[in-house]
Design a protein around this ligand. Structure first.
Ligand code: SPQ
Length: 429
């Protein structure tokens, strides 16, 4: 069902964004492989992380979810059981790829699938190294697309040179490495988010980081932990951009994770002239956290490319929106990974923002926005992609007219209360 989005006023006050999606997935998976109980506070109870919970339950793990509090009764490294049915990762690439790493190390047979979007996303980047380690993985496109069947167990350690800067590839190989005797290492072309290696170390694994190479020793004894999940900077990004573009805004986002492998959005917004300050930096459960104050300001266009791309890949759709309200040109290059997310995010953002009258052109690996011209109301499509849907809602805050969004359903994947929060802040009519 389509929804009407009409801008109302500035964003003022204080909000807390939901827990970090990447960290929430990892806490459930490592909690399941650990001995003893893991308590997760600030868990993201969005559909993606709940897909990870249901897959781990199907593998025999006892997990209680009570809103944002989760208790995982660890099964230990050798405690997972063969599931009776096909595992369903829903819309979640993280669930599918990280689980493939775990399943590769299990002495039983599993089949993993996902929704229509996930069944189109590339899995060979994960299944190729896992097959090198000894897992037998079969599926369409030579094991490149879900559904995939995994006949795991008896893995050998691997030194893997990943062709893509992807935390999901790195994490899948490191998780499989837990089941291989010896050291498994992954080298990536640019640094991707490092939550897996941080959390593995916190659970007691022996992890070494040497430049862009991360290695883990196999067969560790993992022990259950208390994990306090900070707010997700990828969710905060929508409000950082919203408050930057809506005149009169002055907003505090409390308890946001500011892990340096994720803060590319803050660096780029600062370069664009955004008025953003950290209020109270601290560390929680091995992750840097801060409160962030953002006020409206005049933005200017920037060039975005190179090593910063993995540090802001999920924020590029909403950065395209920021660029509409910035003076001059914004150019994004080196972001071809956007083409294989929940939707082709380059096509989605250029077509949908174009429908609002934006001057935006797709490149093979990014886009060019000529900012500073007014955008109008129009009907737009979310393409079943949560980040596209939320980015279009933020664009509506700066549009002169009503934006009709075809469906907000996908937003529940990562930020179930997003629209309510915009209404509560008085940003939407
Ligand atoms: O989990 P999923 O569907 O892949 O989610 C996305 C998102 O926008 O929420 C990507 F579409 O985030 C990925 C991110 O792009 C989450 C993630 C992780 O938790 O490890 C890593 C990134 O993907 P990748 O392919 O670069 O490793």
């Amino acid at each position: 069902m389509s929804i009407r989005l009409e801008a109302a006023g500035p964003l003022c006050g204080e909000i807390t964004v939901p827990g970090d999606k990447s960290i929430s997935h990892r806490a459930v998976i490592l909690g399941a492989l650990a001995e003893g109980e893991t308590f997760i506070e600030g868990f993201l109870d969005g559909e993606d992380c709940l897909s990870t919970v249901s897959c781990m339950r199907a593998l025999g793990v006892d997990i209680d979810v009570d809103g944002t509090s989760v208790r995982v009764k660890g099964a230990g490294l050798d405690g997972l059981c063969e599931p009776e049915n096909i595992l369903d990762a829903g819309n979640s690439g993280t669930t599918a790829r990280l689980l493939l790493g775990v399943l590769a190390g299990q002495p039983f047979y599993t089949v993993l699938t996902g929704d229509s979007s996930l069944r189109r996303r590339p899995m060979k980047r994960v299944t190729a190294p896992l097959k090198e380690m000894g897992a037998r993985i079969i599926g369409r496109h030579q094991g490149g697309l879900l559904p995939l069947s995994v006949d795991g167990g008896k893995l050998s350690p691997l030194c893997y040179n990943s062709p893509v800067a992807s935390a999901q590839v790195k994490s899948a190989v490191l998780l499989a490495g837990l089941f291989a005797a010896g050291e498994t290492a992954v080298t990536e072309p640019a640094q991707s988010r490092d939550h897996t290696e941080r959390m593995l170390a916190a659970f007691g694994a022996s992890v070494k980081v040497d430049g862009r190479t991360v290695s883990v020793s196999g067969r560790p004894r993992l022990l259950g932990q208390v994990v306090r999940v900070p707010g997700d900077i990828s969710s905060a990004a929508f409000f950082l951009v919203a408050a930057s573009i809506v005149p009169g805004s002055d907003l505090i986002l409390s308890n946001v994770g500011v892990n340096p492998t994720r803060t590319g959005i803050l660096d780029v917004l600062a370069e664009m002239g955004a008025n953003i300050e950290y209020v109270n930096r601290r560390e929680e459960s091995g992750e840097p956290v801060a409160d962030i104050r953002v006020r409206h300001s005049a933005l200017r266009g920037v060039e975005i490319g190179g090593e910063i791309i993995p540090r802001l890949i999920d924020e590029l759709p909403v950065l395209a929106v920021a660029a509409l309200f910035a003076a001059g040109e914004t150019v994004v290059r080196g972001a071809e990974e956007l083409r294989v997310k929940e939707s082709d995010r380059i096509a989605a953002m250029t077509v949908e923002l174009g429908a609002l009258g934006a001057d935006i052109k797709a490149l093979k690996d990014g886009f060019i926005v000529r900012g500073g011209r007014p955008i109008a109301g129009a009907a737009v499509k979310s393409r079943g992609d949560h980040r596209v849907a939320m980015s279009l809602c933020i664009a509506a805050l700066g549009a002169k007219g009503t934006v009709m969004l075809d469906s907000p359903d996908s937003i529940a994947v990562s930020y179930p209360d997003f629209l309510q929060t915009l209404h509560n802040l008085g940003a939407l009519k």
